[in-house]
Design a binder for this molecule. Structure first.
Ligand code: SF4
Ligand code: SF4
Ligand code: SF4
Length: 263
């Protein structure tokens, strides 16, 4: 009788999130079921509650560590996992919740909750600022095919990465009219492609949920100038960039070199 070999242990954790990225994985249907033949799925709350394990080969983290408990979970996952992968915009860039960082977030809590004095209302931090992260799958939600490709690559000990193409590239392959040329705020020229320009296909501007391209500082400055020439103020442009947590990256690019040295 053949000896049964242990399959790699894979875990999918959700911190504070809408769980949309986890649902995107379930939307893979048969492809996801096929994957489960090659792995032990030791944590995926959307399917079943599992016992805590002492080791994972690959741990995926969706959502943001907005509470102390979330932070403890995150640190524990890092300690016991060989490869930690960030899953989606909330975990990678702070997501929609990061909007509160750009305002008086202590005060904002009191607009929403009656018991705001005892409310745990921390500043939002991205997962890569809290722990060391090995790989990132961007998007809100993720492109689930990226998830599948990544798992198979890690299982086969092959490198995995995404092409650094802008969203404009996919937008123009799809023959969409350019919203930037029409005077709208569109981050397509500096946003990482891979979503098939889904927003532009519905005539909605790109707000860079997949993050900003590497080494895009000059492109960011040029794009801001174009939008300002269309009559937008810097404050209005930055406000749109808050939505998916891209504002920090944009502000860092706009800093003068001497300010960058100080920070
Ligand atoms: S990245 Fe978007 S879809 Fe994914 S969990 Fe966060 S809010 Fe939901
Ligand atoms: S609409 Fe946006 S994404 Fe499309 S080409 Fe224009 S700037 Fe690029
Ligand atoms: S078009 Fe922009 S905002 Fe829309 S899914 Fe793609 S990267 Fe995200």
């Amino acid at each position: 009788m053949l000896k049964k070999t242990k399959k790699p242990s894979v875990a999918i954790f959700g911190l504070t999130s809408c769980e949309g990225c986890q649902f995107a994985i379930l939307d893979l249907h048969e492809k996801f079921l096929e994957l489960t033949k090659y792995i032990d799925l030791d944590e995926f709350r959307l399917i079943e509650d599992e016992k805590e394990r002492s080791h994972y080969d690959i741990a995926f983290i969706e959502g943001n560590p907005v509470t102390t408990e979330n932070l403890h979970i995150l640190k524990r996952i890092r300690k016991i996992s060989d490869v930690v992968v960030v899953l989606g915009n909330c975990a990678d860039l702070g997501g929609v919740w990061e909007i509160k960082n750009y305002h008086d977030y202590k005060k904002l809590g009191c607009y929403v909750y009656k018991t705001c004095k005892t409310l745990e209302n921390r500043e939002v931090i991205e997962v890569p600022k809290a722990i060391k992260v090995d790989l990132v799958i961007p998007g809100c939600p993720i492109n689930a095919q990226n998830f599948l490709d990544l798992v198979y690559s890690v299982l086969n000990k092959k490198p995995w990465g995404l092409f650094q193409n802008p969203v404009c590239w996919e937008c123009q392959i799809n023959k969409n009219p350019c919203l930037l040329q029409q005077g709208k705020i569109c981050l397509g020229p500096i946003a990482l492609a891979g979503c098939n320009a889904v927003c532009l296909n519905s005539r909605q501007e790109c707000w860079a949920c997949r993050g900003i391209l590497d080494q895009a500082d000059e492109k960011i400055k040029n794009l801001i100038k174009i939008m300002q020439n269309h009559g937008w103020s810097l404050a209005e442009i930055l406000e749109k960039m808050e939505f998916f947590g891209a504002r920090d990256r944009i502000e860092a690019a706009l800093q003068k070199p001497e300010d960058k040295k100080k920070s």
